[in-house]
Ligand binder design. Structure first.
Ligand SMILES: [Fe+2]
Length: 518
């Protein structure tokens, strides 16, 4: 051990005794590695899935033209965790080997941490060092916590706007970012090109990697990852628009589509601070759904609404995927599921057993109804929960029968801010509200016309607020006595310097299901 390292070890031990921090695992190891020409940490750093004693720390090495010879090699990366922003108090460090088989991504499950506090971390490899990220652990499970602050976000089409939402989130005092899907988009919408995707619509692992890397090229997005841990689920565009389980809209052979899905899931894992990657024996499967607790204040689930769902009901035979359907009998098939049987059972069991005040459910899409009355019956968009009405009813009546209070559904996907009541029978005043819903607008993806949305509002009194014309994120402030949700939004996502303002604020009071304007 070098003198400097000895000094560092001694210092860290001294400080750890003082600060009550877990001892350093292996102080002062600095791997011998390449003398880099480019910057291998250009995609930034991230953290996620916080627990009371651990968090996932992430980075991925990228190779400039001059560094390409290094790409074939395994690389050793040092990950260091500190107890202070000035990086004077090392806590632990890890040496991780990574290689091309995992896109030179690095996932460290940083364990042995203390509950409810911030940590700082960075990565080094050879001559290069990453930026410093900040993260935090969740409070101890039994702790009486007074507050949980979440930034709820989704849908960040790179071509359709700038990430001013991430710029603001990075600056805020938050416990974590809850990202609910459509992190990348596979397709191009020529209507709003403020900047362009590189390359073709991804189908292979290399193409999905390139798309993720382009998104992480955005400085505001990197800043938001470096500032807070993220808790994540995905929606369809991480693979392809409107996919459902093993089916993609153009009805390609499921075996072929599942290979594409495996490539997309692998690239997703390689770019996100998540604990678990694709299953080695079945790489088209990857568990993303998860549960975490925030002291005694809240239990938080993230649900996967894509991987296990039944195919959309009554699809267009020529062009599959989502569409608006009228008189579709298949919607009344009770066996159809949005979550798949296993996830649904796991979720309902956990929900009914939860003893924490708030049951917060992060899921990809909108749960309240947005169907329209027509002379032929209600017209229904078959991709969101409206397309799985009996699965929704099962879930909400489970909540009602158990007398569960304080269930808060947080959704994304539909590119509009929504505050809504959730009833076992949607829009039926005789059916009491049993849960509350906040859907966040998109970070950048454009929304539906306000004219259509006005019709949806008129047809669905459960929707107390809906606006599709602004982009942003939602600040969800959870306290024992109530939750406040503030929609932060801008009408100008195509301007790099636009500023968000409060569009509206809604409250949910403890012990009383339903949203109300604040
Ligand atoms: Fe989206």
């Amino acid at each position: 051990m070098k003198r400097r390292d000895l000094h560092r070890l001694a210092l860290s031990l001294a400080l750890s005794a003082w600060a009550g921090i877990a001892p350093v695992q292996a102080a002062g190891r600095r791997p011998v590695g390449p003398l880099w020409q480019g910057f291998p940490f250009a995609l930034g750093v991230a953290s996620g899935q916080p627990r009371s004693d651990s968090v996932v720390l992430w980075t991925r090495l990228v190779f400039s033209e001059a560094d390409l010879p290094q790409q074939a090699q395994a690389q050793t990366v040092l990950c260091e965790v500190f107890a202070d922003e000035a990086l004077r108090q090392p806590v632990r460090d890890w040496l991780v080997e990574t290689d091309a088989r995992r896109g030179h991504s690095v996932h460290v499950i940083a364990t042995g941490l203390q509950p409810g506090r911030h940590y700082w971390y960075r990565f080094s490899c050879g001559s290069a060092q990453s930026v410093v990220g900040r993260t935090r652990t969740s409070p101890a499970e039994g702790e009486r916590v007074e507050r949980l602050r979440i930034a709820q976000a989704s849908c960040q089409h790179f071509e359709q706007g700038y990430y001013v939402a991430h710029r603001e989130m990075a600056q805020r005092d938050l416990d974590f970012v809850l990202f609910l899907g459509d992190y990348i988009y596979e397709s191009t919408n020529p209507k709003y090109l403020v900047r362009k995707h590189q390359g073709v619509v991804p189908r292979t692992l290399e193409q999905y990697r390139a798309r993720h890397a382009q998104y992480k090229g955005d400085a505001d997005l990197r800043a938001c990852h470096a500032a807070h841990p993220w808790v994540m689920t995905w929606d369809d565009h991480e693979v392809t628009n409107d996919y459902a389980n093993d089916l993609e809209p153009d009805y390609s052979d499921p075996a072929i589509f599942l290979r594409r899905r495996a490539a997309a899931y692998q690239a997703y894992f390689e770019h996100m601070p998540v604990r678990i990657g694709p299953e080695p024996a079945a790489p088209h499967q990857m568990r993303i759904h998860d549960r975490m607790v925030w002291g005694q204040l809240a239990e938080v689930w993230t649900l996967d609404c894509r991987q296990y769902r039944d195919h959309q009901a009554c699809p267009d035979p020529n062009r599959g995927g989502a569409r608006v359907v009228v008189g579709c009998d298949a919607l009344q098939d009770a066996s159809r599921s949005m979550l798949g049987q296993a996830q649904e059972a796991w979720f309902m069991q956990g929900l009914l057993a939860s003893t924490r005040r708030w049951k917060v459910v992060g899921q990809s899409t909108q749960m309240s109804s947005s169907s329209l009355a027509t002379p032929l019956g209600r017209s229904t968009f078959n991709d969101a929960w409206d397309g799985y009405p009996l699965a929704r009813e099962r879930l909400l009546s489970g909540i009602a029968q158990a007398g569960l209070q304080d269930v808060l559904m947080l959704g994304g996907d539909v590119h509009m801010n929504v505050a809504a009541q959730l009833r076992v029978k949607p829009n039926d005043e005789r059916s009491p509200a049993v849960a509350s819903e906040i859907v966040t607008t998109s970070v950048s993806s454009r929304g539906m016309s306000e004219t259509l949305l006005a019709t949806i509002r008129d047809n669905n009194p459960d929707i107390r607020h809906a606006r599709s014309d602004e982009r942003g994120y939602t600040l969800v402030d959870i306290r024992p006595q109530g939750v406040s949700a503030t929609f932060r939004a801008t009408p100008h996502p195509a301007q790099t310097d636009s500023v968000l303002r409060d569009q509206a604020r809604f409250e949910v009071l403890a012990g009383r299901a339903g949203v109300q304007a604040a």
